[in-house]
Design a protein around this ligand. Structure first.
Ligand code: 8YV
Length: 309
């Protein structure tokens, strides 16, 4: 009999096909609902997205759970301590998406400072003949602050070097780099023109980008987030944008995805994308391969290639 797997979000069609060949798949996208009793008892694995993880209430309904395979690098929505306690293995898909996330961070910086989204709208809406779009701001030779100098933060820094940027960072631990490290986010924000958030979400980093950090960034500063929405106090950000206390923001992630506060839509100094930093054919293929490799290893009794727990 094929092992039963609960799938918590849509996946690439070829991954879904490969999973269906190996496993008895139960699609279950309403993760706050109750899993039917007879199904719940048989579930040995869960496949989920980094942005979804597995709610504790759902995990508690699955007595036979052995593995949670995350199709993403973020594990903030999986309780690793509880998984360890229950002997449930957890895997994610690190490294394969680092370049894409870093690329998107740079794309957002350019889109925001060089008004790409506004320029596109200007042309499409036939406004070019009537008037000028106005000027953007330079991307090269500016001061950048990176919060979170892990794999993704470092890849962003490497790309910024190509823009002759002055790079600063704040991170839990010091890295072996020549960039100045700041003890606090307020100090980091005060030292840069562009603050890029690339740190992992956790209880400690919830709402760390708050009013004081935004005020330190100042009326000429801009914020870019490719990490998780939870790191930013969105209400404070909206106030800062509306009141001109910062110059703009480019956001790929939000506190309550896929719901984006409509107040952002009215702001011209904001670029919004739908959590798409890893969304390329090549990277989603590599992530899918890793999800399968982890599940295959688990059910063959081998070490997981990218185990978290
Ligand atoms: C994905 C992510 O959008 O890797 C992560 O943690 O949030 C993104 O890469 C998502 O996990 C896709 O399932």
């Amino acid at each position: 009999m094929k092992p039963s797997i609960l799938q918590l979000c849509p996946l690439m069609p070829h991954l879904e096909a490969a999973l269906a060949e190996r496993f008895d798949i139960h699609r279950f996208f309403e993760t706050d609902a109750a899993v039917p009793g007879e199904q719940a008892a048989s579930i040995r694995g869960v496949v989920t997205g980094g942005h979804i993880g597995i709610p504790a209430t759902l995990a508690a309904q699955l007595p036979a759970l052995e593995i949670v395979a995350i199709n993403g690098v973020g594990f903030d929505k999986v309780d690793l301590g509880e998984a360890k306690r229950r002997g449930v293995r957890v895997s994610n898909t690190p490294d394969v998406l680092t370049e894409d996330v870093a690329d998107l961070a740079i794309g957002l910086v350019i889109a925001l400072l060089r008004q790409l989204a506004l320029g596109d709208r200007h042309v499409r809406e036939g406004r070019w003949p009537a008037g000028d779009l106005g000027l953007g701001h330079k991307v090269s030779r500016r001061r950048y602050g990176i919060f979170g100098l892990g794999r993704i933060g470092l890849a962003i820094a490497r790309r910024l070097e190509g823009f002759d940027a002055e790079i600063h960072y704040a991170s839990r631990s010091a890295r072996d780099v020549a960039y100045p490290r700041h003890e606090t986010l307020v100090e980091l924000a005060a030292a840069c023109d562009v603050l890029i958030v690339a740190a992992a979400a956790s209880a400690e980093t919830r709402h760390v980008i708050d009013r004081s950090v935004l005020d330190a960034l100042g009326p000429k500063g801009v914020l870019v987030n490719v990490a998780r929405g939870s790191l930013i106090d969105e209400a404070a950000l909206l106030d800062a944008l509306r009141e001109g206390r910062i110059a703009g923001a480019a956001l790929d992630v939000f506190a309550d995805e896929p719901h984006v506060p409509e107040a952002f839509f009215a702001l011209p100094n904001v670029v919004l994308t739908p959590h798409m930093a890893s969304a390329t054919h090549e990277t989603r293929q590599a992530m899918a391969d890793l999800v399968l490799a982890n599940l295959d290893a688990h059910f063959a009794g081998r070490e997981l290639p990218t185990a978290l727990v």
